[in-house]
Write a protein that binds this ligand. Sequence first.
Ligand SMILES: Cc1cc2nc3c(=O)[nH]c(=O)nc-3n(C[C@H](O)[C@H](O)[C@H](O)COP(=O)(O)O)c2cc1C
Length: 374
Amino acid sequence: MHTPICDRLGIEVPIFAFSHCRDVVAAESRAGGFGVLGAVGFTPEQLEVECRWIDEHVGNHTYGVDIVIPGKYEGMGEVDPAKLEEHLRALVPQEHRDFAAKLLRDHGVPELPEDSKARELIGWTAATANPQIDVALAHPKVRAIANALGTPPEDVIGRVQQSGRLIGALCGSPQQARKHKEAGLDFVIAQGTEGGGHTGEIGSVVLWPQVVDAVAPIPVLAAGGIATGRQIAAALALGCAGVWAGSLWLAVEEAEAPQAQRESYFAASSKDTVRSRSFTGKPCRMLRNEWTDAWEQPDAPKPLGMPLQGMVTMDTVARTHRYADKAQPVAFNPIGQVVGMIDRTESVRDLMLRLQEQYLAAVERLDALQPADA
Ligand SMILES: Cc1cc2nc3c(=O)[nH]c(=O)nc-3n(C[C@H](O)[C@H](O)[C@H](O)COP(=O)(O)O)c2cc1C
């Protein structure tokens, strides 16, 4: 399973684990893959704490940091995070805040204590991502930066590459992938519609080979729908250089997930997710629930653009996480269609061993196929 990108990053197998949880990131890199920390929900100060913790727990291994600078968003061009937040807050209609507040009230989700109110704008813009990149680049074990929702700006690409690291970005179409290639990115992550989080409309098996062809010889990581070694074998057979999974790590032992949230995953089938704009303003795959249904009703306000909708829902995300036991019907649970294949809690190490065993079994099965006339 070793491919050239493994040597560039100093890893054994090209299995990338995207996670917002530092324990998962460190465990993944220690298990021979490449853990990538999602930075979007962290202030620069918090990210510094997370990276320091990973540095101490990852041994001699390397890891990555993922930021979100969308190709298009409200307030684009403003570089001062404080001014941007003030400017954006004025654009959020009270109707949206009232609608969200009523949904939580109707479901009995308590308010946050005054001292733990969430900040409204942390990620989702260049102004907020640049300080996160500064933090990441100060940590030598961070060997790659990835960007979601668009081609990173030229200055970001230059800064990361001049520091000797790799920079990549997610895409949901061959057109977007070509823009990444033109911008000079080092790798591309092709995410099919079945993936968790922000996702496009094209299915993985159709998307991956198109992106491989569109950006060759740049390595492509297959995302969207990876839950077994059989799917990894399929991705490599389609020309990908590795796989990038997100949903798979949400229920591992190391993940910081309340039990009620894990139970929601175990109970769900692959039909129970929906692409909804109701939390972030861009189509994002998550568990369908009463919150996602409510924003689809004809009398509901239309979700705002990014990052405005996220400013409306920041409080909801924090409250439904803190009070997970009562809040599942309105909680933010981004996850892909592989949720129907996630049925247990296991350690990252055991999961990584299982993926590699399944991969080998799949490859052996193919090897054993005889020509029709043999
Ligand atoms: C809970 C969750 C949060 C995510 N947040 C981000 C993010 O902040 N940045 C990003 O690049 N991708 C994010 N993604 C997408 C993942 O990086 C990955 O591409 C996706 O999960 C792959 O599909 P899969 O869910 O089928 O494994 C997220 C995915 C999940 C499940």
